[in-house]
Design a protein around this ligand. Structure first.
Ligand code: SF4
Length: 318
């Protein structure tokens, strides 16, 4: 941790306070506890593994860690972007820790995971945006845990020529990159990113290796309209994205983007129905949906759906 970490979001200090409405009853969660939760925490602490579960103050941590499901965050805990929704600390990152891929691989083996999700901070300071580090992490996990499926949730590798191709060639089982919000809100929510760049990144993954499942997610409650959400769904389908996640945005601190709306669970159900009708293989849409929530179970579902589709296709040919 360097000095920049002392103030988690230096760029937000002078921003006005954003007062969000009071949380509705359906967003109440129990405090995390339990033996397996403690074991997961001890093991991750022991190997000095950073998780997005803690860094992003995820409300699902009790649920996930009680099943030994944690999303490991590589390349440090300081991000070079300054998105207005995100609780990950921002500033000048530390040097890359080249021992990290092996430590992550050892922790995956010790947790005996069937499926692991690896994410990272944005590393615009690195010549390849961290692509080589992703590749090393995937390679080491495969070495220590050949039967574990690997899902990656990557940055956008904006202006890093050749970086995306390197990561695709490492053959993760699931390639996730979140669009996060509708294009109109990018300047205020995700100012360092470009909507159509993120979309084309996902389209490229499918184009290069159609065997990799692609996945993307948005948060709702940031001020988007329903029609804008439907347009994002259409854009995602045109990029051939398999799996859509939709969850409620929660404000990490008073300096972050305001919650404009707490979307009712019924509205999430409606989004799920509409999205499925647009052709996604799988949709997770609920107030607590996060891109890595239930990732292991969802990967099994994705595989089954694809096999069924192939079988149907073959029987139609007969
Ligand atoms: S949903 Fe993802 S980020 Fe949240 S606790 Fe679970 S694994 Fe961690």
């Amino acid at each position: 941790m360097n000095d920049f970490k002392k103030i988690r979001h230096p760029e937000k200090i002078n921003k006005p306070d954003n007062i969000s409405p009071k949380k509705p009853f359906w967003l109440k969660v129990k405090a995390p506890q339990g033996k397996i939760f403690d074991q997961t925490k001890d093991l991750l602490d022991d190997l000095n593994i950073t998780t997005v579960c803690e860094e992003a103050s995820c409300p699902n941590i009790g649920n996930c860690w009680s099943k030994k499901h944690a999303t490991m965050m590589i390349m440090g805990d300081i991000c070079t972007r300054a998105c207005s929704f995100c609780n990950v600390a921002t500033g000048k990152p530390n040097k890359l820790d080249l021992s990290e891929p092996i430590r992550v691989a050892k922790s995956v083996a010790r947790l005996n995971l069937n499926h692991v999700v690896i994410t990272s901070v944005d590393r615009d300071d690195l010549y390849d945006g961290g692509a080589d580090h992703f590749v090393a992490t995937i390679t080491d996990i495969r070495k220590y845990s050949p039967n574990t499926s690997i899902e990656i949730l990557t940055p956008d590798f904006l202006k890093k020529d050749g970086a995306l191709e390197k990561v695709i060639n490492a053959k993760p089982d699931v390639f996730n990159h979140n669009l996060e919000t509708v294009p109109r809100l990018y300047p205020s929510v995700r100012p360092g990113a470009r909507y159509f760049h993120s979309l084309s990144l996902l389209a490229k993954v499918k184009e290069v290796d159609p065997n990799i499942f692609t996945k993307s997610g948005i948060m709702v409650g940031l001020g988007e309209s329903q029609n804008e959400i439907y347009q994002v769904m259409d854009d995602m389908r045109s990029a051939d994205i398999d799996f859509l996640t939709i969850g409620q945005y929660l404000q990490p601190t008073i300096k972050h983007h305001k919650v404009e709306k707490f979307v009712h669970p019924d509205e999430f159900d409606k989004y799920k129905k509409v999205a499925l009708s647009k052709g996604f293989l799988l949709v997770s849409s609920s107030p607590f949906t996060r891109s890595s929530f239930h990732a292991s179970e969802d990967f099994e579902k994705l595989k089954k759906i694809r096999i069924n589709q192939l079988n149907n296709y073959k029987s139609n040919l007969k």
